[in-house]
Design a protein around this ligand. Structure first.
Ligand SMILES: NC(=O)CC[C@H](N)C(=O)O
Length: 398
């Protein structure tokens, strides 16, 4: 159905399903957008956000930071390069579902092994096509990221008042600790390096003596571990609730705080005291996204829920030390309040979209972090140097 028209939004709650509608988005505001469902049938409730990347939908969907959210892609053609077993940032998708403009078509790509909708059905994820994603994105930009429900029913039966009730009853991401839902259950050692065309995923760096990085997994993307390994580190991964003693028992040369979903303040209840103790050891520490926000909280800073968030693969960030602009991959709905950072934290990066904090380093401890995703996947690779900077700063304990 390449010429299928989008179904205009918003309709109001009383609207009946138009002919051919097999999917619907119901916002907690009472707005309803009808479309065509694909992937798994069912209902999902969460925050509706938008993502502006033109590529990398599988990596976006499997990024555990998207737990509790459904993603509206502003790029209209999603699914046309199919699905493959390599572009995964976790075993399963974590985004609750996706909202797209065009129907999923037959894949055309040498890496594809199945259709996107088939892959989503297998993993229980709902898709909604035929939505005027421009109108929805404008709405989010004007009104903020709303809570909502997406539903897919092949028979076209929807109980709209019940779906609206569900959207309204959902408490919202603020105050939600989701890291504990998506973290690893057990401690494990990471194997493997980065992906190269014609070679697939390579081995980790061949260096014989490797600094040992202990990563706390709040919902990590795999490409972070691949890049730490490629930069020469041996990587061990611990659950989000790891204690100070559990981290130190592994004799880390460096400590990594991962990205992850939910509200940093909620996860901070158990993560911050551990990070504060770890900072006392003066072992070098690096944080990304949720890890960045948790480091800020650990030094007395504050975070806030953003109005619409930053999600895309072309977000410009200024590196304050030399004025260089890095084009970055971003995915966050909370932000560190730059002014809340203590004097011992020097802001290193700012977003050129809205001036929000995008990185800082401590002046009294060997610790730094960034709000954006230097590991890309998807997105530009301008910021890969941060992995080398971190791993290069580590000394292997004698
Ligand atoms: N990618 C991330 O780590 C996201 C961090 C946090 N959950 C936020 O939305 O801001």
């Amino acid at each position: 159905m390449a010429d299928a028209k989008p179904i205009a939004m918003p309709a109001k709650v009383s609207a009946k399903a138009p002919d051919g509608a097999t999917g619907v988005l119901v916002l907690s505001t009472g707005d309803v957008a009808w479309g065509r469902g694909f992937g798994a049938e069912g209902v999902a409730v969460g925050e509706v956000c938008f993502h502006t990347a033109m590529t990398g939908y599988q990596e976006v969907m499997t990024d555990p930071s998207f737990a509790g959210q459904m993603v509206t892609f502003t790029f209209p053609h999603i699914g046309n390069v199919g699905a493959n077993p390599d572009d995964l940032e976790a075993d399963d998708p974590h985004a609750l579902g996706i909202i797209v403009r065009e129907d999923v078509t037959e894949p055309s790509n040498f890496r594809s092994v199945e259709r996107l909708d088939a892959w989503m059905a297998k993993h229980g994820r709902i898709g909604l096509a035929g939505i005027d994603t421009r109108a929805l994105t404008k709405r989010i930009r004007v009104g903020g990221a709303p809570n909502g429900v997406i539903a897919h029913s092949a028979s076209g039966d929807f109980d709209i008042p019940a779906l609206l009730e569900k959207a309204r009853a959902w408490p919202g991401l603020e105050g939600m600790d989701l890291a504990k839902d998506v973290t690893t259950e057990t401690h494990y050692g990471w194997e493997g390096g980065v992906w190269k065309l014609g070679f697939g995923y390579g081995a980790a760096s061949g260096a014989e003596t490797k600094p040992h990085v202990v990563a706390i997994d709040y919902g990590a993307k795999r490409n972070i571990y691949r890049n730490l390994a490629a930069a020469g580190a041996k990587v061990s991964v611990l659950p989000a609730t790891a204690t100070y003693d559990e981290v130190m028992a592994l004799a880390p040369d460096g400590i990594f705080l991962s990205n992850g979903p939910g509200d940093p303040a909620a996860t901070g209840h158990y993560a911050v005291p551990v990070i504060q103790q770890l900072l006392e050891t003066r072992i070098p520490l690096f944080g990304i996204c949720l890890g960045h926000q948790l480091l800020a909280l650990a030094v007395g800073g504050r975070t806030t829920k953003m109005f619409q968030g930053h999600r895309g693969a072309n977000h410009p960030v200024k590196r304050l030390a030399d004025g260089v602009v890095e084009i970055t991959s971003m995915n966050h709905g909370f932000a560190v309040i730059g002014e809340s950072l203590p004097e011992t934290a020097r802001e290193t990066h700012v977003s050129l979209f809205d001036g929000s904090n995008a990185g800082f380093e401590l002046t009294d401890r060997p610790a730094f972090s960034v709000q954006y995703h230097p590991e890309a996947s998807p997105g530009p690779q301008d910021s890969l140097y941060l992995f080398e900077k971190f791993v290069g700063s580590l000394k292997v304990a004698a």
